[in-house]
Ligand binder design. Structure first.
Ligand SMILES: NC(=O)c1ccc[n+]([C@@H]2O[C@H](COP(=O)([O-])OP(=O)(O)OC[C@H]3O[C@@H](n4cnc5c(N)ncnc54)[C@H](OP(=O)(O)O)[C@@H]3O)[C@@H](O)[C@H]2O)c1
Length: 362
């Protein structure tokens, strides 16, 4: 018997929420229409948002905020990000500064450096965090693993999170292509609410960066689910599973294109879009009875095989092993080059070489 669960995490946002019940668990959803753009502007009137970092998140969140009429400045070091920002129309001394100056000028500090960069720049950011300011993250990493990152904000500042559920480029593309009407989903959370307004600020910024629907989370839940997701089904497992099946088919005498078509092409081009549009059940119901019988039987086998690995991964995320490894690797000056080699090795695998040929044929 399922218990009826109702956990409204961000209590002052109740008037903006719509609720859905999923298997007895009631979840809050904040739809774009719940907080019009003019209200978001009112919330940030006379406040400057300083975006630190111009990677996928910093670039696209700051451009969406700027297009949305918020007062945005950037804080960057001289280098590739700085040059990119200039070519996107940001002007040095006007709305483009070094990290220290932007953090000093900003009321809301969007901390969107790489997670490793956040650790390095923390002393600079911290010294500019005075009462009344807000520190904003798009990932719970720095705060949740503060014993490893050293990121402990002063108690008198608000600390909030808005984490888009996808790459920054997609956040902007969908938003711009839909004429600023649509976007991707985002989770928001509050870690410190010194002002008492942090929850509404997080919601308004979530919409300001171009989100479609917003869901509530906590810093812990965001980082645990995000790190587990990318290590498992979203990235780690998918590469492992595709390559395992491809290698079996190749070792049993199938040609590269046949192995690729049965492993990747059919998945990405035919079946996954159907799952996305109509659901897993619909996809199962609309394939052959031969496929149905085998897939239902084998799905149970894979569930029991994979679930323990995902449990282990989740444990290693929570106990800090995964973040410790990320921080340790990024501290090594040689790491960028080693990582580049590892990424090139994926590119060099036969399965992904075949992918290039098959893509050309589409
Ligand atoms: N990418 C995603 O899909 C995604 C999704 C949701 C949330 N997030 C989170 O968003 C945050 C930003 O991620 P991202 O992917 O946009 O960026 P990223 O690629 O991880 O970081 C790139 C930015 O960090 C700067 N940077 C790195 N080290 C620095 C240092 N020591 N001093 C100053 N600047 C430094 C880089 O500047 P230079 O160009 O000068 O090197 C660049 O502007 C992270 O917390 C991430 O976990 C990412």
């Amino acid at each position: 018997m399922l218990h009826y669960l109702f956990v409204m995490l961000l209590k002052t946002l109740q008037p903006y929420a719509t609720f859905v019940s999923i298997n007895g668990y009631q979840e809050a959803i904040f739809k774009r229409s719940s907080l019009p753009r003019t209200k978001c502007h009112d919330i940030f009137r006379n406040r400057t948002i300083a975006t630190l970092g111009y990677g996928p998140q910093g670039r696209n969140q700051s451009l969406n905020l700027r297009d949305n009429g918020f007062n945005v400045i950037l804080g960057l070091r001289k280098g590739p990000s700085w040059s990119k920002a200039v070519s996107d129309g940001w002007s040095p001394g006007i709305d483009l500064f070094d990290t220290d100056e932007a953090t000093y000028k900003g009321d809301v500090i969007q901390y969107l450096l790489s997670d490793a960069g956040q650790i390095q720049m923390w002393p600079v950011v911290k010294r500019n965090l005075k009462q009344g300011k807000t520190l904003y993250f798009s990932h719970g990493f720095g705060i949740v693993f503060s014993d490893q990152t050293g990121i402990v904000p002063p108690a008198e500042v608000d600390v909030i999170l808005a984490a888009p559920k996808g790459p920054g480029g997609m956040l902007r593309d969908k938003y711009v292509k839909s004429n600023y009407a649509s976007g991707i989903n985002t989770s928001i959370a509050v870690h410190q609410n010194a002002s008492g307004n942090a929850e509404l600020d997080a919601l308004a910024l979530g919409f300001g960066i171009g989100s479609l629907n917003i869901f509530e989370t906590t810093f812990d839940r965001e980082v645990y689910s995000d790190l587990t997701g990318e290590r498992c089904v979203l990235m780690g497992m998918i590469q492992g599973a595709f390559k395992a099946q491809y290698d079996v088919l190749r070792s049993r005498g199938h040609s590269p294109i046949e192995a690729f078509n049965e492993t990747v092409e059919e998945a990405l081009v035919s079946l996954y879009p159907i799952i996305n549009e109509k659901g897993m059940d619909w996809m199962y119901k609309n394939c052959s009875t031969t496929a149905q019988r085998g897939a239902i039987d084998w799905s149970k086998h894979f569930y029991s095989l994979i679930r323990p690995s995902i449990e282990r991964c989740y444990d290693d995320v929570v106990n800090g092993k995964e973040t410790r490894r990320v921080i340790y690797c990024n501290k090594n000056p040689e790491y960028r080059r080693q990582l580049e080699n590892e990424l090139n090795q994926i590119d060099d695998q036969e399965i992904w070489k075949t992918a290039k040929i098959v893509r050309e044929l589409r």
